[in-house]
Design a protein around this ligand. Structure first.
Ligand code: TYM
Length: 339
């Protein structure tokens, strides 16, 4: 098993990232240790320049995100932890795959449509070609599994399409170059929603900080955000079917279930019939209890800039060594002479 995944260092790690992706990164790191597999996790800083950004913030956020990932349980001695900018093979691979990706495929990406909105002409070329870099990120390591939240599924399907077309167009039938990666999407927390609007996902780019729980929020802030979370006036139902048509309630109950490691029906067996006045403080306390150790560790780690840079340097060195063989084969397959 070769497990590869990335996260953009564009702000704080939030509960959606943690429950949708990072928690599984950590679990897969443990599985890989037991089965002889390998995990590569990276900060997608090259992706982050597809949107307007402040360079000093990107640098600071990159280091903060390393501290956050290590605090969540990613062990840089067992997993390869790095940032894309120190592994230029990702960008080279993207260019090589640009010859295979089709405009029509990229035009269909919902993230492109959402982010560009009505102003497509005004967007950076990077925002449009972003999914090709994402394909390069996983194909260059021959990833077998990619743990992500639901919103990244379409990008991974595109990576598979690019791999398949490249294999068909440039490789002998019995010797395909690229492994087709499988997305690994946790069914229970694939899509954590905003605390202010049950129809949009929890996101770093939401202008309201009240819409998300950041992994760096202190206990008071977490309690406050949960208390203010949007809900409806009804008490909680006794079973899962009763959450239908109640997206805010479903989101909060879902978060409780995953954080407590129990099923949604279990949570409702406990809280069914109760109002949010009782449920919200219980959820807030559970979050505070589970996130406190991560928070403490994060605050310690973020102070040591040299240690964080050393983690990235070491990770990048390992990543480059793993990336080069497939990159060289890709140049060869395309007939590009390398001397
Ligand atoms: P990013 O930085 O937006 O998010 C990182 C991971 O968190 C998941 N996620 C969520 N899961 C559940 N509920 C939510 N509300 C939520 N918000 C975010 C995302 O699905 C993701 O798994 N393009 C990617 C980064 C990337 C990548 C890659 C991922 C670049 N190259 C290669 C995998 C493989 C992104 O912007 O994720």
């Amino acid at each position: 098993m070769r497990i590869v995944s990335g996260i953009q260092p564009t702000g704080n790690l939030h509960l959606g990232n943690y429950l949708g992706a990072i928690r599984n990164w950590v679990a897969m790191q443990e599985d890989a240790a037991a089965t002889g597999g390998q995990c590569l996790y990276f900060l997608a800083d090259l992706h982050a320049i597809s949107m307007p950004h402040v360079p000093a913030d990107l640098a600071a956020n990159t280091r903060e995100m390393v501290a956050a990932l290590v605090a969540c349980g990613i062990d840089p001695d067992r997993s390869v932890l790095f940032n894309q900018a120190q592994v230029p093979q990702h960008s080279e691979m993207q260019w090589l795959l640009n010859g295979t990706a089709r405009m029509g495929w990229l035009n269909r990406m919902t993230q492109w449509k959402d982010k560009a909105g009505k102003n497509r002409e005004g967007q950076s070329v990077a925002l449009f070609t972003y999914p090709v870099l994402q394909a390069a990120d996983v194909l260059i390591y021959q990833a077998t599994h990619v743990p992500v939240g639901e919103d990244q599924k379409q990008h991974l399907e595109l990576a598979r399409d690019i791999a398949q077309k490249f294999n068909n167009d440039f490789c002998p039938e019995d010797a395909p170059l690229f492994t087709l990666p499988d997305p690994f999407i946790p069914p229970e927390a694939a899509r954590i929603m905003s605390l202010r609007d049950g129809s949009s996902k929890m996101s770093k780019s939401d202008p309201s900080d009240m819409s998300r729980i950041n992994m760096t929020d202190d206990a008071d802030t977490i309690m406050q955000k949960i208390k203010k979370a949007k809900t409806d006036p009804e008490p909680l139902p006794g079973d899962k079917a009763g959450l239908e048509g109640r997206p805010e309630a479903a989101n909060l109950v879902g978060i409780y279930a995953v954080m407590a490691g129990v099923s949604v029906d279990n949570v409702l067996a406990q809280f069914g019939g109760e109002g949010f006045g009782k449920f919200k403080p219980a959820l807030g306390e559970l979050l505070v209890e589970k996130l406190a150790p991560i928070n403490t560790r994060f605050l310690e780690l973020r102070e040591d800039r040299e240690a964080l840079d050393a983690i990235l340097r070491k990770g990048a060195e390992k990543a480059r060594a793993l990336a080069i063989p497939t990159l060289e084969k890709t140049y060869d397959a395309l007939g590009l002479v390398r001397g």
